[in-house]
Design a protein around this ligand. Structure first.
Ligand SMILES: [Cu+2]
Length: 70
């Protein structure tokens, strides 16, 4: 499968600590690369070639205490 750029909306981030937590959470998922988090824009983008990892990303962000959706 080709690499895709995914954007997720993330709600609940209020500061750089929050965005750093989301960033690290996503970087720990094998198969997700090039993570960036936009605190003001309330979103994150990353690259993956495994579409199933988008659900994993949403779950991990939720477990970290934020709300993520496509
Ligand atoms: Cu914060």
């Amino acid at each position: 499968m080709a690499s895709q750029k995914i954007t997720l909306n993330v709600e609940g981030m209020t500061c750089g600590h929050c965005s750093g937590t989301v960033q690290r959470t996503l970087e720990e998922i094998k198969g997700i690369r090039d993570v960036s988090v936009d605190l003001d824009g309330k979103k994150t983008t990353f690259e993956t070639d495994n579409d199933a990892l988008v659900e994993t990303a949403i779950q991990e962000i939720t477990e970290a205490g934020y709300k993520a959706f496509r």
